[in-house]
Design a protein around this ligand. Structure first.
Ligand code: HAM
Length: 422
C-alpha cells in the first residue's frame, strides 16, 4: 500500500512555498520593526515543561500531547505550543538578566496536537509567535496585539474581530472561580459531559464551550470583569485606552478564557468566520506567573501565537491569492549536441553573476525546451547552438515581446540584463 502522510499533517509543496515565504517575510519585518529578535527552540522538550507550563488540567496536556519515552527512558513531548519552550530558554540562558524588555519571536514553529482533524484543525501546525518579557504594564499587551494586526493587514486580511478579556490574577481569580462554581454547580446536569469534567478541573473553560446548551448556561454566568481586583481592572482599562488610541475596534468578550493555564489578566483572540462557524486565527495573552512557575525569576510576560495554516485558510476565504513568482528568469536552451556543454557553462556562469537561470537537463528538443521554459515563467530565453554558435554567438529572446537579438557567447550576460529590464 502507498504510504501517505500521517493523519492531520499536510505537505507544503514547492508550488505553494512562495505563499509561506511571503507570509514569513511580512512576519519577520513586523517583528523586527517592533524590536523582536528570532528564537528557535527544539521541536521536543521534556514533558514536565508542558505539564508545569501549559497546565496538567488543560485539554492539551491531558489529551493532545505527542509524548513518548526516548531510548534513555526520558519522557519527551513534541511541542504542543511555543511559549513554554521560549520561557525555558529564557531561564536556561539567563536572558532575563539582559536589558528589559526581552523581546523574541518564533517563526513557523512546528506544533503538534493530537486533535480530531477538521476544518482549520490539524495535528501538526506552524505558529508564528511574539513574546515580550519583563513589562508589567499594558503597553506590551497593546504592542503584541497591534503587531499581529499589522501583519494581517499587510497580508490584505480585513474584517477580523479582535476579542479581548481579562481573566484576573491569583488575587482575584479564586473568588471568581467560587462564584462560577456556585452558578455552574446548580446547573451541572445540563452541561455537556466534557463540561461536567471541566467543572471539576477548570470551570473557566465551560465559558468557551461550543455546545449550544453550555453556551446558554455560560451566557448567564457571573461576569469575570466585575470580579477583577483593582490592579487587574486598571490594567484592562488602560489596555483599552491604548488600543482605542490607535483606532482599533475591539470586542470585550468575557467568554474568552483560552485553553492554556498560564494566562493572567489580558487574554485575546482574533476571530475569523469560517464556513463551519467562527474559529480563532490568533490567540494570546499575558502570563505573569509562568516564568516563575518554570523555575525562573518573578517576571511578567505577554505574547501571542498565530497558525500559518489558518492564515492561509483565511486568505482563501477572502479570495486573496498573490501571483506566484516565476521559477527562473532565464533559460539557456541548447540546440543540438554541440550546444549542450556551452549552454551548461553559460547557465552556471549566469548563476554566479546573480541571474536565476536554468538549462536543459532532460535532453529535450528546442521546441520542448521552450514549452518547459514558458511553464516556468521564464522571461528571457538564450539559444545556444546551430550556425550562431559556430560564429561564437547566441540568440537572446525576450519572451514577452518576442524581440530577438544576437550577442557574443562571452557577453551574453549584458544582453540578458538589457532584456530583463525591458
Ligand atoms: P493557541 O490559541 O492554542 O495559543 O494557538 C495559537 C494559534 O495556533 C491559534 O489561534 C491557531 O491559529 C493555531 N492553532 C492552534 N491549534 C491549531 C490546530 N490544531 N490546527 C491549526 N492551527 C492551530 C497558543 O498556542 C499560545 N502559546 C499562544 C501564546 C503565545 N500565548 C501567549 N504567547
Amino acid at each position: 500500500m502507498q504510504i501517505q502522510s500521517p493523519k492531520g499533517t499536510r505537505d507544503m509543496l514547492p508550488k505553494e512555498s512562495y505563499l509561506w515565504q511571503w507570509i514569513e517575510s511580512v512576519m519577520r519585518e513586523e517583528a523586527a520593526l517592533a524590536g523582536y529578535r528570532e528564537i528557535r527552540t527544539p521541536v521536543f522538550e521534556y514533558t514536565e515543561l508542558f505539564e508545569r507550563g501549559v497546565g496538567d488540567t488543560t485539554d492539551i496536556v491531558q489529551k493532545e500531547m505527542y509524548t513518548f519515552q526516548d531510548k534513555g527512558e526520558r519522557s519527551i513531548t513534541l511541542k504542543p505550543e511555543g511559549t513554554a519552550g521560549a520561557v525555558r530558554a529564557l531561564i536556561e540562558h539567563k536572558l532575563y538578566a539582559e536589558p528589559l524588555p526581552v523581546k523574541m519571536y518564533y517563526l513557523n514553529n512546528p506544533i503538534f496536537r493530537y486533535e480530531n482533524p477538521q476544518h482549520g484543525r490539524v495535528r501538526e501546525h506552524h505558529q508564528f509567535g511574539m513574546e515580550c518579557f519583563g513589562v508589567k504594564g499594558p503597553t506590551a499587551d497593546a504592542e503584541v496585539i497591534l503587531s499581529v494586526l499589522r501583519i494581517l493587514e499587510r497580508l490584505g486580511l480585513e474584517n477580523l474581530q479582535v476579542h479581548i478579556n481579562s481573566i484576573g490574577c491569583p488575587v482575584c481569580r479564586p473568588a471568581y472561580h467560587a462564584a462560577l462554581r456556585d452558578y455552574l454547580g446548580a446547573r451541572l446536569a445540563d452541561l455537556c459531559p466534557q463540561c461536567q469534567e471541566r467543572f471539576e478541573r477548570n470551570p473557566l473553560r465551560v465559558l468557551d464551550c461550543k455546545e449550544r446548551g453550555c453556551q446558554v448556561i455560560a451566557a448567564g454566568a457571573p461576569n469575570i470583569l466585575t470580579h477583577l481586583c483593582e490592579e487587574c481592572d486598571t490594567h484592562f482599562q488602560s489596555l483599552q485606552t491604548l488600543l482605542n488610541a490607535r483606532g482599533l475596534c475591539i470586542k470585550i468578550d468575557p467568554h474568552i478564557v483560552r485553553g492554556l493555564d498560564y494566562y493572567t489578566k489580558t487574554v485575546f483572540e482574533i476571530i475569523m468566520q469560517s464556513p463551519r462557524g467562527p474559529i480563532a486565527l490568533c490567540g494570546g495573552g499575558r502570563y505573569d506567573g509562568l516564568v516563575r512557575e518554570i523555575g525562573g525569576p518573578d517576571m511578567p510576560g505577554v505574547g501571542f501565537g498565530i497558525g500559518t495554516e489558518r492564515i492561509l485558510l483565511e486568505l482563501g476565504n477572502q479570495g486573496i491569492a498573490p501571483e506566484a513568482p516565476n521559477v527562473s528568469d532565464v533559460f539557456v536552451a541548447s540546440l543540438g549536441e554541440e550546444g549542450r556543454l556551452p549552454a551548461f557553462e553559460l547557465g552556471m556562469s549566469l548563476r554566479r553573476e546573480g541571474f536565476s537561470a536554468d538549462f536543459d537537463h532532460m535532453e529535450r528538443s528546442l521546441k520542448a525546451q521552450f514549452r518547459y521554459a514558458d511553464k516556468q515563467g521564464v522571461r528571457v530565453m538564450v539559444i545556444v547552438g546551430g550556425e550562431e554558435l559556430s560564429r561564437g554567438m547566441v540568440i537572446i529572446k525576450n519572451m514577452a515581446s518576442g524581440e530577438e537579438i544576437e550577442a557574443p557567447l562571452g557577453q551574453a550576460a549584458s544582453g540578458i540584463k538589457q532584456q530583463l529590464i525591458k
